[in-house]
Design a protein around this ligand. Structure first.
Ligand code: NAD
Ligand code: UGA
Length: 456
């Protein structure tokens, strides 16, 4: 039986290891974390992460070959393969602050491995890391005085939140990078063996370590760049009468461009796109490539601009003032089907509206607890479990997350509950604008001509 340990029981470690345990009955999988509250939650009926399909996978394997624990020393001792899935946020202090990755959690993990290991191990980078981190990791691990040997393998994770279980069950590709030595190849093969339980061989791709580390950053950068590209054009659509959904869908029919990931909206959120692009920017600057750095940094700038532009449009449409006006924010998660609000564009939108002295009524089906933390200390915010409660007496309604359930709300009832003239600012182009206009709303989408009852 192969003993697999994952250090870091977050959005990646928890679900990824649950699926590995589900598929590999000949492996014993233990997920450890320094955060005992998180581990308690993984061991409870109420998991710390909301993901469609996750509960079922955890509940049917937990206690059989899947364990969540805080006993890090015991887990490291018993492990054959250690996945490291700790957080790697943007550094907020010192050299590289605001761009470079903060690798302190990774290094602390490496030091725990050295301290408690009693034999040789394969250490797998699952976290997203700057290219060449494996070199530093190897140096920390091999600074042991007991002659222990470690093989470092890079196996970045490509799952997206909200579809994590589906992505893990049917990945487009599994990437495994290793050292170009016989021991390195053997370690890569051992990690590939895990995935061979359910992933077709032609989807398991092996590369050298540095390509693997860099591919993860580049994949996220390319995805984010598509969103910023389409969002930049949405601004032009609003000036010209073109419709961004039409433009994106027809451009995407070219198979070289592809239809997915071209949905204009409030901008990308989530814990990774921004941090990974900034990390890429930092690396380019570090290696003396300022033009390349500036190119990728513009992707983040357009993203910030999109949220600011949206609030600017709200202000000018609502007669240049939202002071003391009530505004309902429907959706706070950074995307639908998750309770995660990290870097959600809703945060920037809410903060800018609060700066304008608006009074906000926030509703989200899964992210209300995180929203409370994100807006802690802000006055003039009310959190509402019920969407109809949130819209009572408001002047405007903002769709900030594309939750499908928002399509099924009774908008005639909502219209009746609101102040008039009633505004909808659909930051995700989720609703049928024509239908909303027919009910009586003034409707503003992204990259679309507004549908209003005001005389021009
Ligand atoms: P997270 O913050 O949800 O989880 C990280 C966990 O690591 C935390 O629970 C933390 O307590 C734990 N940890 C930190 N230091 C530790 C230590 N020394 N020992 C034991 N546990 C420790 O982060 P996440 O969203 O799961 O992301 C983890 C990594 O995966 C990041 O590098 C991220 O970029 C990458 N990634 C994330 C996603 C995603 O969708 N969230 C997808 C792909 C890749
Ligand atoms: C993203 C990648 O899709 C994953 O492959 C990657 O593993 C992960 O980052 C990571 O490294 O953390 P995630 O951030 O969970 O996954 O979700 P996405 O579906 O990529 O959405 C990111 C943001 O872009 C969301 O705010 C979403 O609303 C926005 N988006 C996405 C758009 O505005 N338009 C689109 O067409 C697509």
């Amino acid at each position: 039986m192969t003993n697999i340990v994952c250090i870091g029981a977050g959005y990646v470690g928890g679900p990824t290891m649950a699926v590995i345990a589900d598929k590999c009955k000949d492996c014993r999988v233990t997920v450890v974390d320094i955060n005992s509250k998180r581990i308690d939650a993984w061991n409870s009926d109420s998991l710390p992460v909301y993901e469609p399909g996750l509960d079922e996978v955890v509940f049917r394997n937990r206690g059989k070959n899947l364990f969540y624990s805080t006993d890090i020393p015991a887990a490291i001792k018993a492990a054959d393969i250690i996945f490291v899935s700790v957080n790697t946020p943007t550094k907020t202090f010192g050299s590289g602050a605001g761009k470079a990755a903060d690798l302190q959690f990774l290094e602390k993990t490496a030091r725990s491995i050295v301290e408690y290991a009693e034999g040789d191990k394969i250490v797998v980078e699952k976290s997203t890391l700057p290219v060449r981190t494996a070199q530093a990791l190897s140096q920390v691990l091999h600074a042991n005085t007991r002659g222990l040997k470690f093989q470092i393998v890079s196996n970045p994770e490509f799952l997206a939140e909200g579809t994590a279980i589906e992505d893990l069950n049917h990945p487009d590709r599994v990437l495994i990078g290793g050292m170009d030595t016989p021991e390195g190849h053997a370690a890569v093969d051992k990690v590939a063996d895990i995935y061979r339980h359910w992933v077709p061989e032609d989807r398991i791709i092996t590369t050298n370590l540095w390509s693997s580390e860099l591919t993860k950053l580049v994949s996220n950068a390319l995805l984010a760049q598509r969103v910023s590209s389409v969002n930049s054009i949405s601004a032009l659509c609003e000036k010209t009468g073109a419709d961004i959904d039409q433009v994106a869908s027809v451009a995407g029919r070219d198979s070289r461009i592809g239809a997915r990931f071209l949905k204009a909206g409030l901008g990308f959120g989530g814990s990774c796109f921004k941090k990974d692009i900034l990390n890429l920017v930092y690396l380019c600057e570090h290696y003396g490539l300022p033009e390349v750095a500036a190119y990728w940094e513009s992707v983040v700038k357009i993203n910030d601009y999109q949220a600011t532009r949206f609030v600017g449009n709200m202000l000018s449409s609502m007669f240049n003032t939202v002071a003391d006006k009530k505004i309902a924010i429907l959706g706070f998660a950074f995307k639908s089907d998750t309770g995660d609000t990290r870097e959600s564009p809703a945060i920037a939108v809410c903060r800018q509206l609060l700066d304008e002295h608006a009074r906000l009524y926030v509703h989200d089906p899964k992210a209300l607890e995180n929203a409370k933390l994100d807006l802690a200390g802000c006055e003039n915010v009310t959190f509402c479990e019920d969407p109809y409660e949130a819209v009572k007496g408001v002047h405007a309604l903002v769709i900030a997350t594309a939750w499908n359930s928002f399509k099924d709300l009774d908008y005639k009832r909502i219209y009746d509950l609101m102040e008039k003239p009633a505004f909808i600012f659909d930051g995700r182009n989720l609703l049928d604008a024509e239908e909303m206009y027919e009910i009586g709303f003034n409707v503003y989408g992204i990259g679309k001509e507004p549908k209003t009852r005001f005389r021009k």
